[in-house]
Design a protein around this ligand. Structure first.
Ligand code: PHE
Length: 345
């Protein structure tokens, strides 16, 4: 045993005993640089290697290495003990209650407009109608001309229209009625019983009863011997199922260029609702659809022979129906995306 080896042992003993007093990050770091850092005692001891006699160098080198590994291992161990202690201390300071119930994610739901559309599909499905989709962007020809409204026909004033510049003659459909032409041309000469749901657009003053964007559901039934009685029966059956047997339905005569004769259908606003007068302009009734027997010219434009087949058509407003069902006093609420409103359905 040489004096140098003694020094190594002293170093190890001192270092280990000092380490046992280090329990926090700061003191551990100080210990590390004092003993095993770049300018630490261990490095200094190894630096003496050149000063000792050649024959003792190998043995000293080995001993020094052992001490170095021992100190590094002890340091790593002390660090992990300190970390564990710090974790336990923080858990004890602010205990974690694993029994607290989790936060519920908010659940989405169907928009009321989607809900009523599905109800409508269900009812007309039971009455034998299929759902047929048509386009939102239409040609002037289909939105007006083929529905018996030539250019400059004054009846066009019934629909304030959004026109697009290009391609010329493009409009945002003002009603779902152009869908009648699409279906007829696809199905002719077969009989038809379809509903055509979709968004419509009108360049109108926005009010509690009218929006520039709204849903419509068109209905079309074509075949031999279809009469006005079938139309009234279908509408009444629908209204009974949608609004319940106690609600009143009123059918008035009206005018549309693409039906002859034409009617409009109203439902009575909930009797006990304080907004009844305002929303029904004092009448007690809210219109939910226009309808009538398909005009012979329209049948011909769809490819059918009006001497052989007849048909009825209707166009109804699902949002108006929602208003009637729930006494909603403002149609603008539907597209404002206010969750306080939407979450009620
Ligand atoms: N398209 C008409 C409107 O939007 C409604 C309607 C549809 C009337 C079908 C008669 C037949 O005002």
């Amino acid at each position: 045993m040489t004096a140098m080896t003694d020094d190594l042992q002293t170093l190890e003993t001192t270092a280990i005993s000092e380490l046992s007093a280090c329990t926090e990050e700061a003191t551990l770091i100080a210990w590390k640089s004092k003993f095993i850092g770049e300018k630490g005692h261990m490095k200094a001891a190894l630096g003496k290697l050149g000063t000792i006699p050649k024959e003792q160098r190998a043995a000293f080198g080995q001993d020094a290495n052992k001490v170095k590994v021992a100190l590094e291992t002890a340091y790593a161990c002390a660090v992990s003990v300190a970390k564990e202690a710090a974790l336990m201390a923080s858990l004890n300071a602010a205990p974690l209650d694993v029994t607290i119930p989790g936060r519920r994610p908010t659940q989405g739901r169907l928009h009321p407009a989607t809900q009523i559309l599905r109800e409508i599909y269900q009812i007309y499905g039971e009455l034998g109608f299929q759902v047929y989709r048509t386009r939102d962007v239409e040609s002037d020809e289909r939105n007006f001309e083929l529905l018996n409204m030539p250019p400059h026909h004054p009846a066009r004033d019934m629909w304030d229209t959004f026109f697009a510049d290009a391609p010329a003659g493009t409009v945002l459909r003002t009603h779902t009625s152009p869908g009648q032409i699409h279906v007829m041309r696809e199905m002719c000469p077969n009989p038809i019983r379809v509903i055509l749901p979709g968004m419509c657009f009108r360049n109108e003053a926005i009010s509690t009863r009218s929006e520039i964007q709204f849903l419509q559901v068109e209905g079309l039934c074509i075949g031999e011997g279809v009469t006005m009685a079938d139309l009234k029966g279908t509408i009444t059956a629908f209204a009974r199922r949608m609004f319940g047997p106690e609600r009143q339905i009123r059918i008035r005569s009206s005018y549309f260029p693409f039906t002859e004769p034409s009617i409009e259908v109203d439902i009575d606003w909930p009797q006990d609702d304080p907004n009844r007068d305002r929303l029904t302009k004092g009448t007690g009734w809210l219109e939910i659809m226009g309808a009538g027997m398909v005009h012979p010219t329209v049948l011909r434009n769809g490819g059918y022979d009006p001497d052989i087949v007849t048909g009825f058509a209707f166009g109804m407003g699902p949002q108006r129906m929602l208003m009637l069902k729930h006494a909603i006093d403002d149609i603008r609420l539907f597209w404002q995306n206010d969750l306080r409103f939407l979450a009620q359905f």
